[in-house]
Write a new protein. Structure first.
Length: 134
């Protein structure tokens, strides 16, 4: 299965999913996207940039560093922030860091009427399929 097929599966299995994409935090690029509507490239680029800031911004990095220090854990590459949910007036935005590749983030955008628990469960179930395309 290739990335486009995996994202298509995400879009069809996650409730009320309007868009699914994969962001590479190393490059800051959106590696693939499936949407029900077309969006200007500038918007898609901003999604990738915002995803990078949420997971790797200076404040997030500082918090992770503090947690490691407090817990006496060395920098083993693990992250404390693995899933981020952003609710807007009409949409649920889910950002999930990969389990095998922590620099890959699955992004799902769903209508706000979707059941958040089901969105999370289905997105989590889809994550390994998307990661396997890398």
């Amino acid at each position: 299965m290739n990335l486009e097929q995996a994202l298509s599966r995400v879009q069809s299995s996650v409730p009320e999913c309007l868009a699914a994409g994969l962001v590479d935090l190393n490059s800051g690029m959106l590696l693939g996207v499936r949407t029900v509507d077309s969006h200007p490239q500038e918007v898609l680029d901003l999604v990738a940039a915002a995803t990078g800031e949420m997971f790797q911004g200076s404040n997030v990095s500082a918090i992770e560093s503090m947690f490691r220090k407090i817990r006496g854990v060395s920098d083993d590459g693990r992250h404390y922030f693995n899933e981020i949910i952003v609710n807007s007036e009409n949409l649920i935005h889910v950002f999930m860091r990969g389990k095998r590749n922590s620099n890959a983030v699955l992004v799902c955008v769903c209508r706000v009427k979707a059941n958040l628990g089901m969105v999370m469960a289905k997105a989590r179930m889809s994550l390994s399929d998307v990661e396997s395309t890398l």
